[in-house]
Design a protein. Sequence first.
Length: 112
Amino acid sequence: MGERTDNVALDAVGPDVLTYREMVGLIATKIGARSKLVRVSPRLAMPASKLMGLIVRDVVLTKDELDGLMADLLVSKSGEPPPGKTRFSNWLDAHAPELGMRYSSELVRHYK
C-alpha cells in the first residue's frame, strides 16, 4: 500500500467490528476494571477532556476526534469484509496484564 499513488480507503481492523462503547467496555472487562461507563453530551465531554488534559499534561481528546466519533467514523462503510485476522478480544486476552501499566503521552509520542 505504501507504494501506491492513488487514494485508497482501507479499514485497519480485524474480524471484530465494535462501537466505541463496546470497545471500551470490552477493554474494561478484560483488564478487570470496575469503572462505570457514563454517556455524556459533547458539550460536557470537551471541558472534561480539557480538565483531564491539564491533570496529565497531555491532549486527551480533540474536537476533531470527538466529531469523528460522533459521526461514526471508526469504521468505513466500504462494504468490504474487515482485512484483519486477529480478534480484538483474543488480542486483549494476551495483552491485558500489560495494558494501563504506564501512561503514554500523545504529545510526547508525536511532538517531542
